[in-house]
Design a protein around this ligand. Structure first.
Ligand code: PGA
Length: 260
């Protein structure tokens, strides 16, 4: 655990248009209590970011881009850069399994995006995690190792404090199959061990590490009780204001209960 603050991220993926996003944020704002020990981040469709950036109460929510291109400007038709997103988002997802597996993004792309985010004052949330086949073949540690090295290769120890890591086993994303807490602990221990190897113990301990994959209002507390994790990356359940606000309350309680 990096700090006694928790981070809860809602990834709306390719759901909710501009108008719907705005209405949903409004409903969420009525539901979600502000806690000093919980940072809540919303990642809506790119199209809604600007509208939400004008609407949002930054004490209650911060914003994240689900994706961006790694170059800052130029002839890249259809792309949006981290430079374009400056001042609109505070965070950016990088290397989400849907980017890696549906859009074939490589570790090289991921690395360039981590750099682009940092260069533009946006905190990258680097997602790592193994597929079912890799898990069955006993390759989980190797995959985590390669994705961390691949994503962080150009990041200095000073810059590391800007980075958030999310452990998201691919087989648990959007499938309803939860990773059991002991598996999450093992993966996060591997992540911190690797960070320690790369950056030393102090820097490694300060990095916020999250879990993501089919988290629900019911399962959230089991993960939040783990000493190793600093929060959750939530997909499906973040589209339900009651479920999402329950997860946020559980994050708050997990710290107050003295476990954290
Ligand atoms: P899920 O998505 O909670 O719907 O499994 C998680 C994610 O994609 O980050």
């Amino acid at each position: 655990m990096a700090s006694d603050k928790k981070l809860i991220i809602g990834n709306w993926k390719m759901n909710l248009g501009v108008h719907e996003s705005s209405l949903f944020l409004h409903r969420l704002a009525n539901e979600v209590k502000i806690h000093r020990n919980v940072d809540v981040i919303i990642a809506p469709t790119m199209l809604a970011l600007q509208t939400l950036s004008l609407q949002v109460n930054y004490k209650q929510f911060k914003l994240a881009a689900q994706n961006f291109y790694w170059r800052d400007h130029g002839a890249y038709t259809g792309e949006v850069s981290a430079t374009n997103l400056r001042g609109i988002v505070q965070y950016g997802l990088v290397g989400h399994s849907e980017r890696r597996h549906v859009f074939n993004e490589s570790d090289k792309d991921t690395r360039a995006k981590v750099q682009a985010a940092i260069r533009n004052g946006i905190r990258p949330i680097l997602c790592v995690g193994e597929t079912t086949n890799e898990r069955t073949a006993g390759e989980t540690r190797d995959v985590i190792h390669d994705q961390l090295i691949g994503g962080l290769a150009n990041v200095t120890s000073e810059e590391l404090s800007q980075v958030v890591i999310a452990y998201e086993p691919v087989w648990a994303i959007g499938t309803g199959k939860n990773a059991v807490p002991s598996d999450v602990t093992e993966a996060v221990v591997t992540i911190r061990h690797q960070l320690k190897h790369l950056y030393g113990a102090k820097a490694a301990n300060e990095v916020q590490v999250l879990y993501g994959g089919s988290v629900t209002a019911d399962s959230a507390a089991d993960y939040l009780a783990l000493n190793e994790i600093d929060g959750l990356l939530v997909g499906g359940a973040s589209l339900d204001e009651k479920a999402f606000s329950t997860i946020i309350e559980k994050a708050h309680r997990s710290i107050n209960s003295g476990k954290k």
